[in-house]
Each structure stands twice: as structure tokens, then as C-alpha cells.
Design a protein around this ligand. Structure first.
Ligand SMILES: Cc1ncc(COP(=O)(O)O)c(C=O)c1O
Length: 459
């Protein structure tokens, strides 16, 4: 490992962090007595912190992001070459990487044709909300302005996207929120809300109930995560997606799939929705698009939606009057092009499916052994294990004990995640999302660490 020369510079960085950095999603009181963890270097799935400790990262940079792993020189080189050629021009004009990445992306997304660039998942989602509102004004006489979102889903951190947060702990104390965002029930079968056989259809019908209550004329869009991430790794039950698509078509409601986590291979297909044979009107993506080597997000839509913004060139208000300054950075699309090449050339979709199956089997074996694991679920390298205090009642394990399991893994040098600060009383799912290059050995190390942690913490 090549650290920044001189350990003094590292201890200085830790002190500077402690003195001046305000960390995301963190209560800072503990940092008055303990140093924050400062990472220094990464290679593949391995990370090193400022104290020289090595970790195996089972969460791709903490939040499902570094899909192709750390230390990719080819991405760094591509970005470097592009930056010295042209680093930026505002998105009102084009750039070569912007054009080429859009073309490559659209090849993977049959039925979609237009890419709008910005630089975070939240922003990509807000673009859809603005498009839907403008379509309502221009094409529906002000109707169809409401946006439905689902309990337990998350779509971002801005006030607009928090208005669609199905995770109450993320939104609480940041209101009041704008009008016109309405929640539909979650679809997690493990925590059943209806006692029926065809659970997937019933959970989708619950969306129709909300549409009928609100008035189909008022609803313009439904936003869903293909597989819910921070809300507990929730796979939609069988029959859910078919029915959702049917309902959207029946009431002329645009279907927006938030692929910020699933996008670019996480579930073993380019996009999560491609596992379910559905045809969305909007797809948003961010994290894995350039694996964190540069900031980029995309809002992708159909020609039908795009046409609605160019049908009246004589009207000065008719086009999408939106801008994202850093959506014009070329580092994002050039990194994304190389990221996609790596996924293709290294066969990472196939590896994701194979290693995902192996990891799921390992977690299922752990479930046999540890009564605290109430449910195991996942698709590709996107997996969760829900911890319960009592299997029969499904009472969630207390959050601090879940966090103790995560901390025990960390002490073994394995970074796993858990749903946190999302849903009061239900932050009880361990989350795994290693880079798509993970090997069998990596998976075994991760699940062995969980095994030891559960034995030590729970008994
Ligand atoms: C499903 C989903 N959508 C949107 C976002 C927001 O993305 P960003 O943090 O890039 O704004 C996240 C972030 O975790 C997410 O998980």
C-alpha cells in the first residue's frame, strides 16, 4: 500500500477531519473523544484507513456505489485525459463524452431514448418531478400533478425528494413539504399487511386504492425503487410488477423507476427493472453509473415524454426550463463510459449473478444456524438479512444490537451495512452490496465475519 508519505500527514488529516468536517448522517458527540475513521486508499474490495488497518468492503463505499471496485487506473486515466482536453461546458451544449455515454446507455435500455444529466440521485429524481409537474400544466390543464411514492422507499435528500420519502426518520423535522406527494403501502411480504395468497397483486392493488381515493385525474406519476435499498432490501413479491404496470397504463400514470442503487449491474442485469419485464417512462440512476470515480446522475426517459417538451416552439415556456451546472462536467460521462466497458469486458453481470447466488446460499445457511435471522432476501450482489428478537412474532431486533453486529464485523476488518436512521423501530436489516468483482473467497470472508459477529453479539 502506498500511503501519503509520513505518518504525520495522516495524523494531521485525522485531526483536521475531527476539527472541521461535518460527517453525513452522523451524531458527532462521540468524535469529541474518538477519532473519526478516515480512509486513505482502496484496491479492489480492500480499503485502508489512516491507522493502517485493512478492511474488506462489503458495501461498495458505504452506500452501494463503487460497483467496479477501488483503484481502477483505466477510469482515472480516461478522466485525466478528458479533463486536460475539455473539463466542462454547460449542458445547453453537448460534449463528446456526454453524447457517447448517452448513446451507450440507451443501447442498454430498449424503449427509452433521452438522457438528461445532473450530478446526484436526488437531483435526477427531482428532474422527473419537475417534468411531471410541467406536463401537468402544459398537457393536462393542471391535472395529473400528484406523485405517488411508496412506504419504505427513499429518493433523496432535498426537500422535494424528501417529500417522497417512505422512510420517516429521513424526513422528520425537515417539513413542511410541498403538496401533491402521496404515499402508497410497502410490498414487503415478510411483514404482511394482507392475509392473501397472491400477495404481489394485492400489494399492487393497494396502489390502485390510493389512486382511486386521490382521483385518477390528479395522479401523474408513480415513483418506485425496483428493489428497495435503505428501506430494508425489499424484493417485490411475484405478480407485483405486472400489476403495477397494468395500473399505470389503466390510469395514464407515468412510471418512474429509481435505479440509483440498482442501476449499472447491482442486481445482475444492467437495471433492476429488467429483471421484471416492465417498461418504465422514467429511469433515474447515479451511484454505480461511474462507481464514484466522478459525480454523475442521469434521468432517462422516452421519446413520448421528450416530445411533450418540444411540441410548441413558439411558446417561450414550453421546453424543460431546468439546468444543473455540474451536469456539464465531462468527468462523469467519461468515467461512466469506462465503467460500462469494464462491466462488459470483465463479465461483471454474470459474476454478480453467480456470486449473488453464492452469497444468498451462505446467508440462508446462517439463517438455519442463527434464530436471530428472521428473513434473508436479495438479488445479485444486493442482499439483506433481517434480524428479529423473536422469529415467531417477528419483533425487530433493537437497532443498537443490530449496530453491535455491524461493529463486530468492522472489528474483524469487514465492513457491512445495516438499515439506519430510516424507519423508527425497523432499522434491523443487515445490508451487503460488495463490488461486482467479488470472488467466492470475498463472499466467504464476509459471511464468516457475520457468523462470528452473530455468535458473539447475540449468542
Ligand atoms: C434509491 C435511492 N434514490 C436516491 C438516492 C439519493 O441519491 P444521492 O445521495 O446521490 O442524492 C439514494 C441515496 O442513497 C437512493 O438510495
Amino acid at each position: 500500500m502506498t500511503l501519503i508519505p509520513g505518518s504525520n500527514s495522516l495524523s494531521h488529516a485525522v485531526a483536521a477531519d475531527r476539527a472541521h468536517v461535518w460527517h453525513h448522517l452522523s451524531q458527532h458527540k462521540p468524535y469529541e473523544t474518538v477519532d473519526p475513521r478516515v480512509f486513505v486508499e482502496g484496491k479492489g474490495l480492500r480499503l485502508w484507513d489512516a491507522k493502517g488497518k485493512e478492511y474488506l468492503d462489503a458495501v461498495s463505499g458505504g452506500v452501494w456505489t463503487v460497483n467496479v471496485g477501488y483503484g481502477r487506473e483505466s477510469i482515472a486515466n480516461a478522466v485525466r485525459d478528458q479533463l486536460v482536453k475539455l473539463n466542462y461546458y454547460a449542458g445547453a451544449a453537448g460534449t463528446v463524452p456526454g453524447a457517447l455515454f448517452a448513446e451507450k446507455l440507451i443501447e442498454k435500455m430498449p424503449g427509452l431514448s433521452r438522457v438528461y444529466y445532473s450530478n446526484s440521485g436526488s437531483e435526477a429524481n427531482e428532474k422527473v418531478y419537475k417534468m411531471v409537474r410541467q406536463i401537468a400544466h402544459r398537457h393536462h390543464g393542471g391535472k395529473k400533478w400528484k406523485i405517488l411514492y411508496r412506504e419504505r422507499d427513499y429518493h433523496g435528500t432535498t426537500i422535494g425528494t424528501l417529500a417522497t420519502s417512505g422512510q420517516h426518520q429521513r424526513a422528520d423535522q425537515y417539513g413542511p413539504f410541498p403538496d401533491g406527494f402521496v404515499m402508497v403501502p410497502h410490498c414487503l411480504e415478510y411483514r404482511k399487511q394482507w392475509d392473501v395468497e397472491n400477495y404481489g397483486e394485492r400489494a399492487a392493488d393497494a396502489i390502485e386504492d390510493v389512486i382511486l381515493r386521490e382521483g385518477p385525474d390528479s395522479v401523474g406519476c408513480l415513483v418506485l425503487e425496483p428493489v428497495t435499498a435503505g428501506g430494508g432490501v425489499i424484493l417485490p413479491p411475484l405478480g407485483y410488477w405486472e400489476r403495477v404496470q397494468e395500473i399505470c397504463r389503466k390510469y395514464d400514470i407515468l412510471l418512474h423507476l429509481d435505479e440509483v442503487v440498482c442501476g449499472l449491474g447491482r442486481t445482475g442485469t444492467w437495471f433492476g427493472y429488467q429483471n421484471y419485464g416492465i417498461q418504465p417512462d422514467f429511469v433515474t440512476m447515479a451511484k454505480g453509473v461511474a462507481s464514484g470515480y466522478a459525480a454523475i446522475s442521469c434521468t432517462v426517459t422516452t421519446e413520448r415524454v421528450f416530445e411533450m417538451f418540444k411540441d410548441a416552439p413558439e411558446d417561450s415556456m414550453s421546453f424543460f426550463r431546468d439546468i444543473s451546472t455540474f451536469g456539464g462536467c465531462t468527468a462523469g460521462p467519461v468515467a461512466a463510459l469506462e465503467n460500462m466497458r469494464i462491466i462488459e469486458d470483465e463479465g461483471l453481470l454474470a459474476n454478480t449473478i453467480n456470486m449473488g447466488e453464492h452469497c444468498l446460499a451462505k446467508l440462508q445457511a446462517l439463517q438455519e444456524k442463527h434464530a436471530v435471522i428472521g428473513d434473508v432476501r436479495g438479488k445479485g450482489l444486493f442482499l439483506g438479512a433481517e434480524l428479529v428478537a423473536d422469529r415467531a412474532t417477528k419483533e425487530p431486533l433493537e437497532e443498537k444490537r443490530v449496530q453491535a453486529v455491524v461493529a463486530h464485523c468492522l472489528s474483524q476488518g469487514v465492513i457491512i451495512g445495516a438499515t439506519n436512521r430510516s424507519l423508527q423501530g425497523l432499522n434491523n436489516t443487515l445490508c451487503l452490496s460488495p463490488a461486482l468483482i467479488a470472488s467466492r473467497d470475498d463472499i466467504d470472508r464476509i459471511t464468516n465475519a457475520i457468523d462470528r459477529a452473530l455468535t458473539n453479539v447475540i449468542g
